[in-house]
Design a protein around this ligand. Structure first.
Ligand code: HEC
Ligand code: CU
Length: 342
């Protein structure tokens, strides 16, 4: 009895968490099961509900029959071994028949659903390339004729609401899978191949995404966010991201930090507008504009930033960024420089 009550309690808790609003605070578990936020996700969400309902129904029917069979008393053990003549075969035919019809209907429904989300109703105006790395996401905006509006960013995908966005999916190393449950189904990223996906958000909001194919030590810390904005906000964001950053020479601490960055970080990281042009790590040009650090592992605060730089291996063991020990002076200079990356 006690176990039962605890079970019911946690189920209620899960439902309560799942019902909490999409836009506020950290993503609640199972949120994706109750809320779809766009036309690429709604049909598959309905499919999920129907399949879950059928599974629950079948479980209840089987459990009921089982309990009935246990409770019902038989007059006496049968003297003959069970065979077709002993009767009861018609239950097998009925059961198999009903299951086949239900499974066939499910198959048809699944195929119809897959077809309905295969491509968007309108031609996408915006195309992004997302490349999965161990253990972060590179996001390239490269489809604008004006090169100043093309750039690379990481772990945060901005899209305008109300229109389909096409996403080309690549991998730099192993197989990962791109999944923003509230916006679309999951799609693998495969080395040497380009897969396609489309997403659309009907309302502004922030939607959590996650790598959903095991890809190594930090697979669980390979999250990202899709930030859906009004077209005007999106255009402003895109224009700002296209600009270079890094502050002007002026401040001595900033200059010292920039020098330090060139020595110790530029082999891996790019900051557009400086000499740093490393390609194996997130572009940090507008680092401060992002909500999280290291693929959702930390919120983006100055303290977390310094902690990450000095202790990346504690925060994400085996991540492809080493711990970088800094003297107090170096830390202050580097912080001053990084604070200009807005
Ligand atoms: C050997 C390559 C390498 C060097 C050197 C390196 N990094 Fe990194 N850095 C990475 C990789 C790879 C990641 C992504 C790690 C992850 O999220 O799994 C990263 C992530 C980051 C992030 C988080 C970015 C984001 O968008 O979330 C910051 C900030 C950062 N590095 C700053 C620095 C600074 C500052 C230095 C120099 C003091 C530095 N890194 C040196 C490889 C490097
Ligand atoms: Cu992954």
């Amino acid at each position: 009895m006690r176990g039962l009550r605890t079970g019911a309690g946690s189920f209620a808790l899960i439902l309560a968490l799942a019902a909490s609003p999409v836009h506020a605070g950290p993503a609640a578990p199972l949120n994706y099961f109750l809320h779809a936020a766009g036309p690429a996700a709604a049909p598959t969400q309905r499919l999920g509900w129907v399949l879950s309902a059928i599974a629950i129904l079948v479980t209840l029917i089987i459990a009921g029959l089982l309990v009935g069979a246990i409770v019902r008393r038989r007059p006496a053990p049968p003297t003959r071994p069970f065979n077709a003549e002993a009767g009861g075969m018609h239950w097998i035919y009925i059961g198999t028949g009903v299951s086949s019809i239900v499974l066939l209907a499910i198959l048809v429904y699944v195929l119809i659903t897959l077809e309905s989300v295969a491509s968007p109703a309108a031609h996408p105006q915006l195309t992004l390339t997302v490349t999965a790395y161990d253990w972060w996401w590179k996001v390239d905006y490269a489809d604008d004729p004006d090169p100043l509006r093309n750039f690379s960013t990481a772990n945060e995908i901005h899209i305008p609401v109300g229109q389909p966005v096409k996403i080309l999916l690549k991998s730099a190393d192993v197989v990962h899978a791109f999944w923003v449950p509230q916006l679309a189904g999951k799609t693998q990223t495969i080395p040497g191949q380009t897969n396609e996906q489309w997403i659309q958000a009907d309302q502004p909001g922030i939607f959590r995404g996650q790598c959903s194919q095991f890809c190594g030590a930090q697979h669980a810390h390979m999250a990202f966010e899709v930030v859906a904005q009004s077209p005007a906000d999106f255009a402003a964001w895109r224009a700002a991201q296209g600009r270079t950053a890094g502050g002007s020479a002026g401040d001595a601490a900033v200059a010292a930090g920039r020098h330090l960055f060139a020595e110790r970080c530029a082999g891996c990281h790019t900051i557009r507008g400086s000499d740093a042009a490393g390609l194996q790590a997130p572009d940090l040009t507008h680092l401060l504009s992002r909500r999280t650090l290291a693929a959702g592992a930390l919120t983006n605060t100055p303290e977390h930033l310094l902690d990450w730089i000095e202790h990346a291996q504690r925060i994400k063991p085996e991540a492809l960024m080493p711990d970088i020990p800094l003297t107090t002076g170096d830390a202050a200079a580097l912080s001053a420089y990084l604070a200009t990356l807005h």
